[in-house]
Design a protein around this ligand. Sequence first.
Ligand SMILES: Cc1cc2nc3c(=O)[nH]c(=O)nc-3n(C[C@H](O)[C@H](O)[C@H](O)COP(=O)(O)O)c2cc1C
Length: 484
Amino acid sequence: MLALRPAPRVAGHLRSQVPAFRRFASTQAPSSPLRRGLYATAFVLSTGLFAAYYFDARSALHRYILTPVLRHALDAETGHKLAVKVLKSGLAPRDRGHDDERLKSQVWDQELSNPVGLAAGFDKDGEAIDGLFNLGFSWVEIGSVTPKPQPGNPRPRVFHLVEDSGLINRYGFPSQGHAAVLSRLRARIPPFQPEHDTAALRPGSVLAVNLGKNKESPADSIDDFVTGVCTFGPYSDVLVVNVSSPNTPGLRGLQNRDLLEKLLNGVTKARDQLPVSPVTSRRPKLVLKLSPDLDEAQIKDIAEVLSKSSIDGVIVSNTTIQRPKHLKAPHRNEVGGLSGAPVKEYSLKALRALRSHLPASIPLIGCGGIFTGADALEYGKAGASLVQVYTGFGYDGVGACRRIKDELAQELEKEGTTWSQVVKNAVDELSLKEHRQSAPIPQSAPIPQSDAGGAGTISQLICDAQELQGLLEKLEEKIESAHS
Ligand SMILES: Cc1cc2nc3c(=O)[nH]c(=O)nc-3n(C[C@H](O)[C@H](O)[C@H](O)COP(=O)(O)O)c2cc1C
C-alpha cells in the first residue's frame, strides 16, 4: 500500500503539467450522453459480433457474411490458405453443441460421436488438426502427403463454381513432404501421457493421414505408399491410400486390377509388420480412396481384389473428371477434379455399386457433394458407415459440420431411427451376401470368438503366425548349423 501512495500525486502532476496528456484525457472523456450512447452501442455490437464469431460456429455471421465476403475478396487458394491459418492459430470458432445420441456411429471397433468427417485436401500438411476437430468433425483426414516435398501445379489451380455449388481443383498434391508432417504429428503428442485411445488424442474421434505419391515417382510404383505406411502408421488411426486424384499423371491407373493387387499386398504387409503404435497401442486401419469415374465392371474387379486383401475400408469418392451438362459457372471447363454438388450423383452411384459387390465386413465411407443432413442420410441409406465433407465446408464455413449434424439428427428423429440403425439396415440389405474370401485357415487354428466376421483381423493373425513360423525356421537352421 505504502509503495503505491505516490502514484496519484504523479498522475495528478502529469495531468496539470503535460498539455498533451490534457488533450488526450479530454478526448477520452465521453462529454455528452450521445457520445456515451455511441460508445456503448459500439461496445455491445463488437462484443456481440465477437461472441457470434467465437462461440457460435453456426451463426449467420459465418455462413452469410464472413465466408461469402472472403470468397469474393480473395482467390480460392488464398482463401483456403487463410482458413487453414486461422484454424491453426486457435482463434477459430468452436462447435459448442452436443452431438445427439442418434448420431452415434461405429466403424471397426471404434465408436464415434457422429458420422461427419472432414475429407482430405483441406489440411494438406497437418497444420490445423485440433482446430478442425474443434469444429465438431469426428474424423479429420490430413494430406495428401507425398514422401518428398513438392510444389504441385502452377497457380491458378482452384476455381469456385458458385452457380453450381461446386469447385474444380488441379492442385496436383502440393505437399511439405513426410518429414515436415511427421514432425507436426509428433509434436502434438503430450510428453507425459504416452497412451491414448486414438491418435486423434480425443475420445470418439479418428485422425487419418491420406497418402499421396510424388509426381516424378514411376506410375506403377507402390513405394511411396509403402513408405507412407511406415512413416505415419504410429501416429494415425487410419491411413488412406489415395489412388484416385485426377491431377497426378498415372495415379488412377493403380485402380486397375493387377496394380491394385500389388499395391494392396504391399501396403497391408507393411502395415502388418509395423510394431504397435506407441500412441494408441494398435496398428492403423488401412483404407483405399476411389474415384467416382469407375464403371460397373471396374468396380466389380476392384471389389474382388479388395475382398481378397486385408484392407479395412473404402472411401467413395474423390473428385470427378466428368462435366455434367447442367453446369453453368464460367469456370466449368477448367481442367481438374470437380467436387461439390455436381459430383454427388457419381459418388453415390459408385458407392452403391461397390456396396453390392463387397461383403458387409468392409465398411464404406461416403464422400462427394454433401452439404446437408439429408445428403448425409442419403449416403447412410446407400450403405456408408460414415460421411466426409470438403466443398460443403468451403461454401458454408466453420458451422458446416454442426449444421449437417443437427439436420441429420432431425431427419433421423422424423424417421424414428438412429444413424447406426440406418447403416446396419442398408449394409445388411445391400452388401454382397457372401463371406469375405480370406487366406485358407488351417483346421487346427482356433478362431477367437470376438473375431467372428472380422476377416481383416484373422488374416492379420495368419500373417503374424507366418512371420513367427519363418523366425522359428531360421532359429532351427541356426541351431542345426551350430551343432554341425
Ligand atoms: C481443393 C481440393 C483439394 C483436394 N485435395 C485432395 C487430396 O489432396 N487428396 C485426396 O484424397 N482428396 C482431395 N480432394 C478430394 C476431397 O477429399 C473429396 O474427396 C472430394 O472433394 C469430394 O467431396 P466434396 O464434394 O465434399 O468436396 C480435394 C478436393 C478439393 C476440392
